[in-house]
Design a protein around this ligand. Structure first.
Ligand code: DC
Length: 230
């Protein structure tokens, strides 16, 4: 079978990365966390104290941002930043960075390049609409803001980061707003995506639901390729 692409989009905290990781393992696919790529860009501008408000700064610095991903480790210009990209500081800034056209163009190109010739599950906001509009399966994962804030609190607690619930909820709502209203690659359900709510579901239940869709999409692709004699 030609490379099989699964796009999982949805708002922050809907459970995308957790289920995508499990599914990728289960179906022997590559997992690409595209949010982590925007987070690395945000970290670059924070660490180097460069303002993102000036177009010149973006143009000059974009070629200096080198991103490497090895399994679940993220390298920014050779340095492992897997932990730094999850801090509230990066989380607070990343949606402003992800609004910038030039940054999005570079990330989208890189996402397509990384996926070349592979069976890949990508999670993000614009995978089904922009990065892979012809993906074999598009899932739009949703959950209520309150449930998503609770999950993000749990993530922070596990990392030893203390944050206030109201602050986390406000940050989620703010990011939803910025991500959905931006001009370039906004958070949007593709017209041919399957919408699944994770509210009240365990991770296993969501994984099982998505697994059914993956099975169907695989069969459909295999049948189509057979019909076309590929
Ligand atoms: O999924 P996440 O919380 O790690 O994403 C971080 C930010 O990056 C979030 O504000 C949305 C943005 N993002 C995006 O604009 N496009 C993607 N494909 C993935 C993430």
């Amino acid at each position: 079978m030609k490379n099989f692409i699964v796009a999982i989009d949805g708002p922050a905290g809907s459970g995308k990365s957790t289920v995508a990781k499990i599914l990728a393992k289960k179906y022997a696919m590559t997992y690409l966390d595209t949010g982590a790529m925007y987070r690395m860009c945000a970290l670059y501008f924070i660490e180097n104290e460069i303002s993102i408000d000036k177009k010149k700064n973006i143009e000059e610095n974009l070629p200096l941002i080198n991103i490497d991903i090895e399994k679940d480790k993220f390298f920014l210009n050779g340095k492992d930043v897997s932990l730094e990209i999850r801090t509230p500081k990066v989380t607070g800034m990343v949606s402003y960075v992800a609004k910038i056209k030039e940054i999005r163009e570079k990330m989208v190109e890189l996402q397509r390049k990384i996926s070349e010739g592979k069976d890949v599950i990508l999670d993000g906001r614009d995978i089904g609409t922009v990065v892979f509009p012809n993906a074999d399966l598009k899932i739009f994962l949703v959950a209520s803001p309150e449930e998503r804030a609770k999950r993000r609190m749990k993530d922070y607690e596990e990392k030893g980061i203390h944050e206030d619930y109201e602050k986390v909820l406000a940050s989620i709502l703010e990011r939803d707003f910025i991500d959905s209203t931006r001009k370039e690659g906004p958070l949007k359900k593709a017209s041919d995506a399957v919408e699944i709510s994770t509210d009240g579901d365990t991770i296993d239940e969501t994984v099982a639901k998505l697994g059914v869709f993956i099975g169907v999409a695989k069969e459909k692709k295999a049948r189509r390729e057979e019909e076309q004699g590929e």
